[in-house]
Design a protein around this ligand. Sequence first.
Ligand code: SF4
Length: 421
Amino acid sequence: MPLPPQIESSSVGHCQSLGLYLSIPFCRSKCTYCNFASGVYPASHHDQYVERLVGDLRASGSQAAERGLHLPQTVDSIYFGGGTPVLLSSAHFHTIFRAIGEIFALTAEAEITVECAPGQLSDSTLDALVACGVNRVSLGAQSFIDRECATSGRLHTRADVLTDLKRLRTAGIENLNLDLLAGLAGQTIHSWRESIDILLQTGVPHASVYMLEIDEDSRLGRELLQGGARYYAGLVPSDETIADMYETAIELFSSAGLAQYEISNFARPGFASRHNLRYWCRAPYLGLGVDASSMLFAEENADEPTPASLRLTTTSSLDDYLAGITPLAEQSWLGPVQQMEEFWFLGLRRNSGVAVTDLMHLFGAEAAQPSLAVAHRLVAEGLLCFERHAERFTLSPRGRLLSNNVFAEFLAAYPDPATSL
Ligand code: SF4
């Protein structure tokens, strides 16, 4: 599916279409490594949640207007993430899509993705997805080694993933993604290669590779930070092994025709995720539900050539969300300097990188100068590459492994980002 021109290049405030992200925080079990705002809740919560979600969809126009935000009315990507969205019933999906259709104009070629935990997609929900126009499914395989899934608290096997792929294709959904996670307990370079081999044999046109995050927000993360052994913490591979796994994935996917287009994402030509590209191109998106993020621009104003952008995140508490209490957890307005910093560190996540002409066009030559000086220094240090003919900066292979350090350099380029240029 080719990308519309406004998402092919980075944009600030110029994209007239919207992406919708709908968070569905329900899971059948909690994976040990999971640091998302998801949980195991009774199915009785689902009705109330969908009702709230639809209420938020209906209120989105007036809420945007109250904040002086431009909310495009044309939607060309929808993403149901979570959680495990397919735990919702077919009636829930019909209700949500009916509301979206009443509020927004959905383009004919819109990319509509639903995340799915293998083995948890009922026939009736699959029928509803197809009837509602879902044309992309992302399956959280994480590993094709059954014991690695079991030690992580996942409920599926290799056979479940393969069966689901077959069912989805039979239902007419060919745009399929498989997620793999490097760093599962018991994983080795050998087993990782086996998972990649099987993924390639399935012929899916898209793959995402994530590396285990160790933080206080997951049971396994807390155990590792405390030096404990629960959740098979002692079997978690070392950082060096996880980095080797990541590099192995890049090499094997690339030689099999799944080109890397972003730090964690690989696709055959024409299958890059349009919705996810919005995040890295700074195109507007509206996130609704628990722990959902939005990025919208202020209404155009002749006095402000670069409209301010607003980042919002909703509460991560399901109880608060359902009760309508403190629906907003965070919000911050970004001026031109902060947007330029984002432009760099989001743009560099993509293999197409940051084009100097886009930077100059959006922010002006004078304002861009300090960040360009940082970029040229990082080229000299081997962390960025500069393609002279295209005047484009990209992460080098070493920069990709140290990407957080690279991004921090751009944050330091402007000592007082709140100051307008
Ligand atoms: S299925 Fe996904 S969201 Fe749910 S607990 Fe596992 S990793 Fe977290």
